[in-house]
Design a protein around this ligand. Sequence first.
Ligand code: PMV
Length: 320
Amino acid sequence: MQATAIAQPNIALIKYWGKRDLDRNLPAVGSISITLRDLFTRMHVAFDEALAADTLVVNDAPDAAMLPRLAACLDRIAGEARPRAHIVSTCNFPIAAGLASSASSFAALTVAAAAALGRELDAGELARLAGQASGSSARSLFGGFVELANVGDDIEVTNICEAEAWPMTVVIAITETGPKPVGSSEAMEISRRTSPFYASWVEQQADDLAKARAAIAAHDFGALKSVSEHNCLKMHSIMWASRPPVVYWNAATLRCLETVRGLQADGVPVFFTIDAGPQVKAVCLPEAAGTVAAALRATDGVRNIMTTGLGPGARLEADS
Ligand code: PMV
């Protein structure tokens, strides 16, 4: 009744922003992401009939805040009458700061819980279960370049290009380490209800997805850069125009964008993307990684830099 799984966060290039079904947590739009290699969440799940309540330890400290969402995820996998669980999570990067820690957490939890229960589910079914907890976590079930498509009233998640087939490096500039002011689910609902740009965002997404899919198939970095930056800025424009406005950026976020634009002007193959937080992710071809990391490290307000390649999807740990 116990198992351990590991999953990496993913970064969306074509973003998921907005929900079409709140109960099932279904996204309003499809998305395309890259799964990272060197940032991880490891989850150990032990179901135990003797336990009176679920417990959670994150990075060696008891954590009550995250427990209800993890427990609800276990309920969906094992049923509400399930034995209580002891969950131990280890994460090697800042949690809830716009680095997709929920994506890797729920992907790892889903894989570990299914294995602990002896349930053999394919990656598509696991993705659906993880997606109900966190939409973006469905994509962390797969490695490399991943597409989440809306199909009928369901989602379908597929790998569209292996990590090794088109190597990329992601340089993450951390501009703030604390948790974000508004969670992504709440912010998405504010956007859906109040942003004048929301409807056209949903309408244009198919076009952005098609452009990104074609760029990835052709390994066309310039085309992927163009559609990814456009899609990211559209997502943030929706938030800025919401009531109340949702602004995840800080001054250093903007300075990082200027750094990336400066590199681009010098011919460096790099583009930026930003999620529901103030960190900037610079996606580049591996030969540019050193130059990009040095430039971002030297940018005023950047506290830390993390560099990672692309990696595999969520999987069981060998010893479980
Ligand atoms: O899955 P959530 O609720 O963490 O939302 C993710 C939203 C973005 O990271 C901003 C975009 C995305 O597609 O990952």
